[in-house]
Design a protein around this ligand. Sequence first.
Ligand code: NAD
Length: 321
Amino acid sequence: MLIVPEREIADLMTREAAFDAVEKVFAAMAARDAYNFPVVREAIGHEDALYGFKGGFDQAGLTLGMKAGGYWPNNLEKRGLINHQSTVFLFDPDTGKAKAMVGGNLLTALRTAAASSVSIKHLAREDAKVIGMIGAGHQATFQLRAALEQRGFEKVIGWNYHPEMLPNIEKVASEAGLPFEAVELDGMGEADVIISITSAFAPSLMADHVAPGTHIACMGTDTKGKQEVESALLAKASVFTDEVAQSITIGEAQHAVAEGLIEVSDVAEVGAVINGTNPGRTSAEQITLFDGTGVGLQDLAVAAAVVDLAVEKGIAIEVDF
Ligand code: NAD
């Protein structure tokens, strides 16, 4: 069995490799070559932790496995560890033998950033110039960095519930040589692409904050009850997602579907756009919205890619297991 420790991931994994892995697996999911297993997530009654498994099988890439982990809210204060902890386990689909164990923390951030970037590549207008960020926490910096590679963006605008956090994304903009402007939510009308990545349970972005032709990637809503954008925005938009089952239960579309504003059949897979079986954006005025809920197959795809890179560079630790 091969081990790729968390400490090695930053030097091994590139945004490009994460993007390719996620784009391929979204395509495989839409072609029904890959599927996710039901997610397990439990409050374990110890350290207030939420622990669970996200797994799946990609028959096209022959990737079988799961990500185990979750959220330990006391880690940072008590132990100086990050609160999100996860590990990916890969298995040989021919034999069931354990194949690899891979640190999953940084990979989670990279695969999440890759998902909104894939949606921008396939759904945003080619001439998009202004990108708007809603959220300025840990994940926002990853989303912005990856998104900037997808179009010739000339300006970053941002709003955050906690404005004191905005320098986090301003820093990413200036590293890319782009001007940054803090705006109110109605200033988001200037954006051609908007990424929302917050832990909110009530909508911030309203339907009338968004201009025609905008692409929005909603990335924060990954649990029942969370919500970042007004349900009416989904009714106005063409809605795409990573996985429809998750989108309508734990994603942003849960609210619009429950309120009867859209039907389940209105939610399409971004993988179908990648495969060319769904036309995606069909006009410059259309609002497109990607509901990125985060699936296990994304984790497996980036973990498999990093194992290949670690083997190539002689960094993978081999153990007799
Ligand atoms: P973080 O704690 O670092 O940042 C949280 C962000 O949410 C901050 O910008 C904060 O100001 C904002 N926020 C907090 N309360 C808010 C409120 N009431 N209204 C509006 N904004 C509010 O967290 P993070 O690591 O950046 O993760 C952000 C979200 O993304 C979380 O909900 C997390 O579960 C989700 N996430 C999703 C995926 C996926 O695949 N879709 C992957 C990783 C994380």
